[in-house]
Design a protein around this ligand. Structure first.
Ligand SMILES: Nc1ncnc2c1ncn2[C@@H]1O[C@H](COP(=O)(O)OP(=O)(O)OP(=O)(O)O)[C@@H](O)[C@H]1O
Ligand SMILES: [Mg+2]
Length: 250
């Protein structure tokens, strides 16, 4: 059974970092292949994972819209679109990466979009774990571009604004109910002095508190040097990431 985790929260709280730490750790623990989904139009998961930039579903959608009238002879429209989708999955050591890119935009072409959704849904069962890095908004979740989710992780930091964002996420979730099994909170980069107060505030959110990701000098160094996050080895950090995996993995 596939376990899918979506990471959401206010801008800059550490969503992509936590998503990439989860992906690397799952691979390291042999819980692979992992399907990594970059649902942020800014697309930086690839960089953190060390796989670089790849063609996005948004690029493919544009290309299909341009070429849909003269697709190759002997191919159905659906086959043509599906073969394009297969080509944009990046395959790496222990994980595959799909990058959503730009949203559906004004030129909504429902046929293509529904095929893309079906493709993502059909793909999921092949992976024991799916990790989705979201943009600060919840566009992809609310637009149903991503697949069903077992655990939505809301990342909060010291900023009260990250808690307001958590409340908003809860509202969006209630509008799209049924597709998200459980919401958790993970703190990120909170000064240890403020951690107990932050824990109290989490109670107000009424979401289960799962882990505390500390500010980590190794992450800062690795990101500064443009290296992939997997170079980070801090045991206290790994312990928190394992806590998330073990809880959601059951
Ligand atoms: N645990 C950590 N220790 C030190 N630095 C961190 C940690 N987590 C994140 N950072 C740094 O904080 C910044 C924001 O992190 P990240 O990009 O993961 O946030 P985000 O929530 O994905 O941002 P966005 O909303 O822009 O997508 C980055 O410079 C990242 O390197
Ligand atoms: Mg991000």
């Amino acid at each position: 059974m596939t376990k899918s985790i979506a990471v959401a929260g206010k801008g800059g709280t550490g969503k992509s970092t936590i998503a990439s730490l989860l992906i690397n750790r799952l691979v390291e623990r042999g819980m692979k292949p992992v399907l990594a989904v970059d649902a942020d139009p800014d697309c930086n998961l690839g960089m953190l994972l060390g796989s670089g930039e790849i063609e996005t579903i948004g690029d493919l959608r544009e290309e299909l819209l341009r070429n849909i009238k003269d697709f190759p002879a002997g191919m159905t429209k659906a086959n043509y679109i599906e073969s394009g989708l297969h080509q944009i999955i990046g395959e790496y050591e222990g994980y595959d990466l799909i990058t959503m890119g730009k949203g559906e935009g004004a030129s909504c072409y429902c046929y293509i979009n529904s095929l893309i959704r079906k493709f993502c849904d059909d793909l999921t069962p092949a992976y024991p774990w799916v990790i989705i890095d979201n943009e600060a908004g919840l566009e992809h979740l609310s637009r149903r571009t991503t697949t069903d989710i077992d655990a939505l992780i809301v990342v909060v930091n010291e900023s009260p604004l990250s808690f307001s964002c958590g409340e908003k996420i809860k509202e969006i979730i209630s509008d799209i109910n049924g597709r998200i099994e459980k919401i958790y909170v993970v703190t990120s980069m909170v000064n240890p002095r403020r951690l107990s107060e932050v824990h109290k505030r989490i109670k107000g959110l009424q979401m289960e508190h799962l882990a505390d990701i500390p500010r980590n000098g190794e992450i800062e160094e690795v990101v500064f040097n443009g290296q992939p996050i997997r170079e980070v080895k801090g045991p206290s950090l790994i312990k928190e990431i394992d806590r998330i995996i073990n809880k959601i993995g059951g």
